[in-house]
Structure formats: C-alpha cells, structure tokens
Design a protein around this ligand. Structure first.
Ligand SMILES: NC(=O)c1ccc[n+]([C@@H]2O[C@H](COP(=O)([O-])OP(=O)(O)OC[C@H]3O[C@@H](n4cnc5c(N)ncnc54)[C@H](OP(=O)(O)O)[C@@H]3O)[C@@H](O)[C@H]2O)c1
Length: 247
C-alpha cells in the first residue's frame, strides 16, 4: 500500500507523522514553491505532476492506493487536478481541510469578499495602513488599487515584483502570537487587515489583534472545493481513512 499526501500544510505534516507512527507506507508531495519548505517526516517528492493527466499517470505508475489532498484551502488548482486524476486512475481520494474562520465570534463584523480584487476595493474603506497578508501570489490584485496607500505586506518568500514606494515588505513565516501581532500592527498604524480565510491557528492571532485595535478586517472567502470529494478536518481521521483504504 502507498498513500500519496498532497501537502504543503501543517495538516499534511501532521498526517505524515501519524502514518509514520503507524508504520504505513506513504509519500508526501510538495509543489516546490518555497525555497526552504518545512518538511514532513518520511519520503518527500517535490514539483508539479504536469496537470491532471500527469498526476493520473503518476498514480498508476507508482501503485498509489489512496490519495489525501491535504493542500492549502486556497490551492484550488491542485485540488481540482487531484479530483480529476483520481477519477481517471480509479484511486480513492479524501480531502483533509482545516475549518475556516467564518465561525469565529467576530466573523460577522468582518467584510467577506469573493476574490482578491474585491478585497483590494474593500480595503479602501478606511484611511491608515493596510496590512496585506494574502500571500505573494495574490499581490497583482492589490498593487494597482492600493498604489497610493501605506501598505504593510507580509510574505514568506522574497518578492520578485516591484511594489509601490509607499509599501513596506516584511518577510517572515508564522506561527504568529497575539502579542507580536498587536505590536506589529501598532507600530505600523494598521487600520485595515486583509486576509484570506486560511483557517487554523498558525496565522489566526492577527484577527484577534485587529479586532482589539479596532481595525477593519477584510476576508477573502475560500474557493469552492471540487464536487463529490469526501472531506475531513482532522489529520487523525484522514490517517484512519488512508490506512483502511490503502490496505
Ligand atoms: N495558496 C496558498 O495560499 C498556500 C498557502 C500555504 C501553502 N500552500 C501550499 O503551496 C502549494 C502551492 O500552492 P498554490 O496555491 O500555488 O497551488 P495551486 O495553484 O493549486 O497549484 C498550482 C500547481 O502547482 C503544483 N502543485 C501544487 N501543490 C502541489 C503539491 N502538493 N505537490 C505537487 N505539485 C503541486 C501543481 O502543478 P502540476 O499541474 O504541474 O501538477 C498545480 O497545478 C500547495 O501544495 C499548497 O498546499 C499554498
């Protein structure tokens, strides 16, 4: 039996840890987007498969018996590819996805939008610094609308595009604590936080800090998941499914 974990998230690393402890055969796959990725335990392959056709071929060639798509909620491309490829190769697929933040007590005070362009427009609602935390790949949607605003943009990897002169780029990687987030937002006079609905605890503190400081919060809703794929929200449940399915 071999289980393929499509990873790049804390949940994927947790799943690899549980499968490793259980003595299961598995392999984690990373896209190769970041230069120093946090690696899960066990074997890892890095790089794209070449679309759904390439992934289907990979599943057949490597005798994969079950796939857990534990990629980030906003990595919609690979999730769609996994759904198509698993159907084609007749390999069972499970989605492991952490819950979003829509159930948080303050969520009904936040401004929920469907995409990054709408988020940029919504961020213009207030004067003061905009704290942009939606990731390097989303910046094209913000540089135009927010070109005259003071923006603090936080990214994991160095940017390969120029940003407006009024923007400050901060390179760092979570997890972030409430005290540090509060201090950072105070230091930069943040009045608007822009985030996507990533969910999870690692980057959640910024929401509490923004609420405390009375900053507006703009949240990009998650892209829709491929239809018909069973989903769990815990690594333990995914591990139990994987072991039972791949036997
Ligand atoms: N998007 C985010 O905000 C975010 C945040 C944290 C971590 N991540 C992680 O970073 C990775 C890339 O995210 P993305 O939003 O750029 O993905 P994406 O747009 O959904 O995927 C683009 C392409 O990258 C390749 N790919 C993505 N994830 C892969 C994986 N785990 N293993 C092998 N190939 C993969 C696939 O290439 P081929 O078509 O060639 O197979 C896919 O078509 C994901 O694995 C995700 O879990 C993403």
């Amino acid at each position: 039996m071999t289980v393929l974990i499509l990873g790049g998230t804390g949940e994927a690393r947790a799943l690899a840890g549980i499968l490793d402890d259980a003595g299961a055969r598995f392999l984690s796959s990373l896209a190769g987007r970041v230069s120093r990725p946090r690696l899960p335990v066990g074997p890892v392959r890095i790089g794209g498969f070449g679309g759904p056709g390439g992934l289907a071929e990979y599943l057949r060639a490597d005798g994969i018996r079950a796939v857990v798509d534990a990629t980030h909620p906003f990595a919609a491309g690979i999730s769609a590819n996994a759904a198509v490829a698993c159907r084609r190769a007749d390999v069972p697929l499970l989605r492991l996805q952490r819950p979003g933040w829509s159930g948080e007590p303050a969520a009904d005070r936040w401004i929920w939008v469907d995409g990054h362009r709408q988020a940029a427009e919504a961020a213009l609602c207030r004067e003061g610094t905009v704290f942009l935390t939606t990731g390097r790949q989303t910046l094209a949607g913000f540089t135009g609308p927010l070109r005259r605003r003071t923006v603090l943009v936080r990214v994991v990897e160095p940017l390969d595009v120029a940003v407006p002169p009024t923007w400050t780029v901060l390179e760092s990687r979570g997890p972030y604590g409430l005290g540090a987030e509060r201090a950072l937002m105070r230091e930069h006079g943040v009045r608007v936080l822009v985030t996507k609905d990533s969910g999870g605890a690692m980057t959640r503190a910024k929401l509490d800090a923004a609420d405390e400081l009375g900053a507006a919060v703009v949240v990009v809703r998650r892209p829709s998941a491929p239809a018909g794929v069973a989903t769990v929200d815990s690594a333990q449940a995914a591990a139990e499914w994987a072991v039972a399915t791949a036997q």
